[in-house]
Structures are given as structure tokens and as C-alpha cells.
Ligand binder design. Structure first.
Ligand code: NOJ
Length: 745
């Protein structure tokens, strides 16, 4: 439909019909089944608005969507189709590793491919908008939603956010093609920085930090053309995002030129009252409208108050019109006026989901995101041939043979399609070489008192004392008779994700005890660690011979784990988040500011910026990960030590594969601005290059440094570089020393 036609359509709408476009309701309101993952009171909106609502969420499935759309349109005067949005975060039916794991791939192109695949599956099943990517920077492992973020680094987060938007939206511009889905970047802004790591809590930081570290990834999503932005639940400088005009209007629309739709997070307009910035729903609606929020997700605030606000002149009707027009434009862009079902088709849906191609991608992504943290005496890879009847593996642990491999936000994922570790083992080794048992539960009752309702939904029940004892003994007996004990341990899916903040970050339940006891009787111990956030691994590090962080690896997790364990592939992941020694270190991130009393980590002197009971450093740094090949990085070389503003310098390093195995290196470029008008981080990632080296091969990796890479928000809060001295290095992880210097003139 042409813009003039859309304008005519808008002009023909009554006030109620316009307001309806800005209201989103959960599936049940439209007699549809939809997952609900929020706290919601009965909506209390009129039948008239319900008949005119603009969108719904988490209603998926071609048949269902066709039925709901058809019923809706039959009653609709103007035949404006409903928009179907959904939380399709890291895969639809085929589930990929969680985003924090994907962050470990250092491969934005791969993420793009995964999003193209996700959009194919979702579109066939009728979904039109996805609430992904989550571009929130994370630094605090207590926050359960770390799992949905790509990590702690602004540079990588930008690249990932852009790649994901491009992937989801691929094909969207092709008129009438019914390809691609609209991507909604969230949660604008800084949702990943709640105080104390407690979900939905206050966020308060300087504008400099916000702009420098937190905003860039959302902006990268906007620059990549995302059609939608979701507000965050938190405050930014005392004002909740959903009513924050500075954020939504000045920054997002005016500075960044965003022309798409702004939607709230779940019930966030009503939460303006709970925050205490609005006395009632009417004031909340006014604040959100003034801020430039278009769609109200699942409250009655817009539905029941906008008309009165307009009639009394508190809100200008043109503002309403602009918001409605943005929604109509999106529907038009998606081709809904031509085909309200967008080709949703149950047959195609079946054909498109869980295809061998998508499963292959899931396996590849899982391999590339697993991080090998320890490999003492090169225990891994295990030799497949040894386990064809001769030697034995004891596969033990709550994750050994269950399908809890998807993580909390894979709400549309097909759990039955998950390949378990045990299943995959049996494809690799002889049945007589494998013994398997759970050993213990993932959590004990005291770990999940708050999660009880969710726990019961999983169909699991707490073990009796007898069963606990019996299983532990059985596990120890199996471990004692095997050549290798492989322990599949981790955090319960219920403990992470939204509303999954924790203060204790050790592996829950009896699992650590199981590891301690297995260690005593087993010859070799490999730990496969499942989870969605950095956990405290100091003890595990000591006890395990090999430690492989597999995260929630997704549908093909079992296969990918075996590919890595038996050496068909290398573990390719490098940490997207620093792993702490202690919860007390939170927030922990490699790119911190220098302090006036930097601690050298050696002399235990009191009056330095340090803890008296714990190192400042992480247990494993950002960017870290072992491989099966062994590479050595030579000295860094600069082609010039002076950088002109219009020029470039080249920095290079020779990397030598000193092993007899080929493998992939993830070379990381780190730069430090030695002195600025404001304090600068000790180092910042500015480039990444994945380079494949044959056994014994040497390759030179070169990065170009240009002035724009050195910009930051200085004293005047302008994004610009400052002349002076910089240090630089290329290294395998962020714990590196910066080696060379150059001057920006
Ligand atoms: C709340 C979550 O914060 C958000 O990420 C999600 O997209 C919405 N609920 C909709 O389910």
C-alpha cells in the first residue's frame, strides 16, 4: 500500500480504532493460546477496544494464527490485520545455543545465519515480529538474564546486534515476498545493569557511561535497520525508560533517527505507577505517550485513558496519529494488507522446522560456542577408538540424559527434539563402553523454594533421602570402575532467565559434592558445565582434569558435545563474559577504568584498590578459551608509531600453530588510551580476527587502526578522539599485556 493510501486509512479511523492499534493483548484475550511470562492483572479493557487491538504476542503456529486473524478480520470494519509478535530469541523450534554462548563464537556472520534460519521457521509458523535481539550489555552474573545477552563487550555486542537484526529481517524489504521478520531490539536502555544484579531493579549511571558502554549496541541495531525497539523496565537517571522522553525521543528518535515502532516491555506503562512516577493509569499513559512510546504491551493504560487525555488536551491528537501511522507502516511493510496471514501455512511450517540444515547450524553454533576452560595433561580429546568395548566412560550427572539444554527463553523450542549427551555418546561409542546415571538432582528443595510453581510444571519431584543416597552411591561405583568419569553438571534452567537473579553462584544442589566424591574414586574427571551465566568455578577448576563450558547448547547440544569431546572438532568458544572467583567481585568486566591506586596483584599492601580476601582478577578472563591446537603469538609490530587523523596504521602479529593439530585462533585487538580528558578503560577490544591454522602453520594477522576507533565521550560529552599516547596489542584473551605504543596526532 502506498503512503497516501495509509494516510487515507488513518484518516478514516475513529478515535477508538486508532487507540486500538496501540494496544497489545495476550493471546487468551483473542481466544488464542499464547505463552504468558509476566505478572498481569485482568486487563479490564472494553470489548470495542479488544475488537480493534493492533497486536498480540507469543501466539504462534500457522493454523492458530490463521484462525485468530480470520476471526479478528471478520469483525473488523477497516480490515487492518493483527500483528503477531513473539519471543523468538535464539531459535524457534530448532533452538540454538543461548546468546551468551553465541557471544563466545566471536562470529557475527554465524549469528546472522542463525537468525535467517530462525526467521524461516517462525515466518512459516505465522510469527511476524520477534522480540530479539536483546542488546543489553551485562557485567553482573547475578542477573539471570545474562543468558540472553551476547556479553560484556560493547564492540562485540554492536556487531552481534547488527548481525542479528540483519538476519531476522533478511528479505523483509522485498515487496510481497513474505520473507523475514521484523526485529525488535531490546531493552532500551541499560536493562543489563540493575543494581545488585536484581532483575527490574534501579539502573543509575552517568550519561557518559551510558553513551560509551551501554547505548552503542542498541544503536547498532537501529543502524542495521531494526523495525522496533522495546523499552526497558528500569529507570535511567531516575526516570523509568517507558516514560523517559529524553531516552525515547531525544536520543532514539532525534539523535539516532529511528523511525520505527517503540513498544513497551510487558506491562511497563502500568509499572510507572509502581515506580512512583505516575499516580494513576492516566498519568502513566500520558508519560509514555509523551515519551514517544507507540504500543502498550498488555495493560489497560492506553486503552482506557488515551481518549480522555486527548479530549482534555493533555495529549495532542497528532501524537496519537503519528504513533498509529508507525504501526500501520510496519504492517504495510510486512505485506499484511495484501496477505494478512503472510503465507503462514501448516504444511510449510512442518517442512521448515528442524530441517537437517537448521540442525546442522545448531550443531555448528554449539561447537563454536563451547569454551574449554581446563584440559590438564591434554586429557581431551578422548580417543573414540578406545571406547569401542575396551575402555569405559561413566557419564554421570543431572544433565547426562535430559533435555534441559535450551535455557529459559526458548519458549517455543521443541524440547523433544533435543539430542541428549547420552544419546550422542551412544552414537560415538559402544554401548558396553558406557555406563550412565544421574547421581544427584540439579537443585535441592532449598534452591528452589521460590521457583516451586515452575518446578512442579516441569513434572519433576524432589528425591527422597533414600534415593539421594542410593543415586550418589551408584554414581561413585560407576565412576570407580570407569576409565573416565564425565560429569554433566550445571545450573537449572529455572534458575536463570527473567526473574532469575541469584546471590549464590556455585553449582547448585548436591552436584559439587558429587564432583568431590567422584574425584576421589575416578581416574580421570571431565566436567561438562551447563548453564546460562558465569558460575563460581574455583573448586571445579581444581577438581576437574578437563572442564568444558557448554552453556545451554540447544537442540543439537549432545552431538556438539561429542564432536568436541572425541575431537572431531575443536572447542572454538572464547568467553563472552569474565568468570569470577567470587560473587563479591560483581560487577566484573575486563574493560574497567584505571583507578588512582591500581593494584599490581603482587604485593599485599592494604591501601590499594583491591579486596583483602580475593584477587581482583577473574578466574578466567574475557576472551579466554583453550583449544586442542597450541598457538604462540609473536611480538606485535606497528608499521608506524604515529597515527594521523585521516590516516591509518597497521598492527600485526605472527601466530604460529606449534602443534600437530589444525585449529582456529581468535585473535583479539586491544587498545588503551593512556590519558584522556576523562578516565579511560585499562583496555578495550577494537577488533577480532578468526584465523585458521594448519598444523605447524604460521600466519600474520593484521588490523588497521584508524582515528574513529579511538573516539569516546570526553569531558564535553562529545564523541571524539583526543591526541596522545595509546597502547596496543593482539592477543588470545583480555588478560594480555599491552605491548606497543603509538601517538595520535
Ligand atoms: C518481558 C521481557 O522482559 C521481554 O524480554 C519480553 O520480550 C516480554 N516480556 C514479552 O514476553
Amino acid at each position: 500500500m502506498k503512503e497516501e493510501k495509509l494516510q487515507e486509512l488513518l484518516d478514516s479511523l475513529s478515535m477508538v480504532e486508532k487507540i486500538g492499534q496501540l494496544v497489545q493483548v495476550p493471546g487468551p484475550v483473542l481466544e488464542a493460546q499464547g505463552q504468558e511470562l509476566g505478572v498481569r492483572d485482568a486487563l479490564g479493557i472494553s470489548e470495542e477496544i479488544i475488537q480493534n487491538v493492533g497486536s498480540t504476542l507469543n501466539v504462534v503456529g500457522a493454523d492458530q494464527i490463521r484462525r485468530v486473524q480470520k476471526a479478528y478480520l471478520e469483525k473488523s470494519r477497516h480490515k487492518i490485520p493483527l500483528l503477531f509478535m513473539a519471543d523468538i530469541i535464539y531459535g524457534f523450534r530448532t533452538v540454538f545455543p543461548i546468546p551468551l554462548a553465541l557471544g563466545c563464537t566471536f562470529d557475527p556472520e554465524l549469528l546472522k545465519k542463525l537468525c535467517v534460519a530462525t526467521s524461516k521457521e517462525s515466518v512459516a509458523a505465522g510469527a511476524q515480529v520477534t522480540f530479539s535481539p536483546m542488546a543489553d550489555l551485562v557485567r553482573d552474573a547475578r542477573w539471570g538474564r545474562c543468558l540472553e545477552s551476547t556479553g560484556e563487550d560493547p564492540y562485540m555486542n554492536c556487531r552481534y546486534a547488527a548481525a542479528m537484526v540483519e538476519g531476522f529481517q533478511e528479505g523483509l524489504q522485498e515487496e510481497g515476498a513474505g520473507k523475514g521478520m521484523a526485529s525488535c531490539v531490546k531493552h532500551f536502555a541499560a536493562y543489563g545493569a540493575p543494581e545488585g544484579g536484581r532483575d527490574y531493579n534501579t539502573v543509575d549511571m552517568s550519561e557518559r557511561r551510558l553513551r560509551q558502554e551501554y547505548l552503542p549496541s542498541y544503536k547498532a541495531g537501529v543502524d542495521a535497520g531494526c523495525e522496533m525497539i522495546m523499552t526497558s523496565f528500569n529507570t535511567v537517571d531516575g526516570i523509568p525508560s517507558t516514560g523517559n522522553k529524553w531516552l525515547m525521543d531525544d536520543v532514539l528518535r532525534k539523535e539516532w533517527g529511528f523511525e520505527g515502532v517503540v513498544i513497551t516491555d510487558y506491562a511497563a506503562i502500568a509499572e510507572l505507577m509502581a515506580h512512583g512516577v505516575a499516580e494513576d493509569g492516566k498519568e502513566a499513559a500520558r508519560l509514555a505517550m509523551e515519551a514517544g512510546v507507540d504500543i502498550d504491551m498488555c495493560t489497560d493504560c492506553y486503552a482506557n485513558n488515551l481518549e480522555a487525555l486527548i479530549r482534555e488536551g493533555s495529549i495532542d491528537e497528532t501524537q496519537l496519529d503519528q504513533a498509529v501511522m508507525r504501526v500501520l507502516r510496519l504492517k504495510n511493510k510486512l505485506g499484511l494488507f495484501e496477505d494478512p496471514f503472510r503465507g503462514a501455512d501448516a504444511v510449510r511450517e512442518k517442512e521448515e522446522i528442524l530441517t537437517p540444515k537448521h540442525r546442522g547450524l545448531a550443531r555448528e553454533a554449539a561447537i563454536k560456542s563451547m569454551v574449554l576452560l581446563e584440559n590438564k595433561e591434554e586429557l581431551l580429546p578422548l580417543c573414540r577408538e578406545d571406547f569401542q568395548g575396551e575402555k569405559k566412560i561413566a557419564l554421570i550427572g543431572p544433565f547426562a540424559d535430559n533435555r534441559d539444554a535450551l535455557g529459559m527463553w526458548a519458549i517455543h523450542g521443541d524440547k523433544d527434539a533435543v539430542v541428549t549427551v547420552k544419546q550422542a555418546f551412544l552414537e560415538n561409542i559402544a554401548p558396553e563402553s558406557l555406563v550412565c546415571t544421574e547421581g544427584c538432582e540439579t537443585m535441592l528443595a532449598e534452591d528452589y523454594t521460590d521457583l516451586l510453581a515452575f518446578y512442579e510444571q516441569t513434572g519433576k519431584a524432589a528425591w527422597s533421602t533414600e534415593k539421594r543416597k542410593g543415586e550418589m552411591e551408584r554414581a561413585l561405583a560407576l565412576a570407580a570402575e570407569a576409565d573416565v568419569a564425565v560429569l554433566a553438571l550445571g545450573e537449572s534452567e529455572l534458575q536463570g532467565g527473567e526473574g532469575g537473579s541469584r546471590t549464590k553462584l556455585t553449582i547448585p544442589g548436591d552436584q559439587l559434592e558429587l564432583l568431590r566424591r567422584v574425584r576421589k574414586c575416578a581416574r580421570k574427571v571431565v566436567v561438562l558445565l551447563f548453564g546460562g551465566r558465569p558460575l563460581i568455578l574455583d573448586e571445579v577448576k581444581e577438581l576437574a582434569d578437563a572442564l568444558l563450558l557448554v552453556w545451554y547448547p540447544g537442540t543439537e547440544g549432545g552431538h556438539a558435545i561429542c564432536d568436541v569431546l572425541f575431537g572431531s572438532r575443536e572447542p572454538e568458544g572464547r568467553l563472552s563474559m569474565s568468570l569470577p572467583r567470587s560473587v563479591g567481585q560483581m560487577p566484573l568486566y575486563y574493560n574497567a577504568f584505571s583507578t588512582g591506586r591500581p593494584y599490581d596483584g603482587k604485593t599485599p599492601i592494604r591501601f590499594f584498590s583491591r579486596y583483602t580476601d580475593c584477587d581482583n582478577t577473574p578466574l578466567y578472563p574475557y576472551g579466554y578459551g583453550l583449544a586442542y591446537h597450541k598457538a604462540a603469538y609473536g611480538p606485535v609490530h606497528l608499521d608506524s608509531h604515529t597515527l594521523d587523523r585521516e590516516g591509518k596504521i597497521e598492527v600485526s602479529v605472527e601466530i604460529a600453530n606449534e602443534s600437530s593439530r589444525a585449529g582456529m585462533e581468535t585473535a583479539q585487538l586491544y587498545i588503551q588510551d593512556m590519558a584522556g580528558s576523562v578516565v579511560r578503560p585499562v583496555k578495550e577490544l577494537k577488533g577480532v580476527c578468526k584465523v585458521f591454522l594448519e598444523a605447524g602453520e604460521k600466519k600474520t594477522v593484521t588490523f588497521q587502526i584508524t582515528e574513529d576507533m579511538l573516539r569516546f565521550y570526553g569531558k564535553r560529552l562529545r564523541y571524539e578522539s583526543e591526541p596522545g599516547k595509546f597502547r596496543v596489542t593482539i592477543a588470545p584473551d583480555s588478560s594480555c599485556q599491552l605491548q606497543e605504543e603509538f601517538n595520535l596526532v
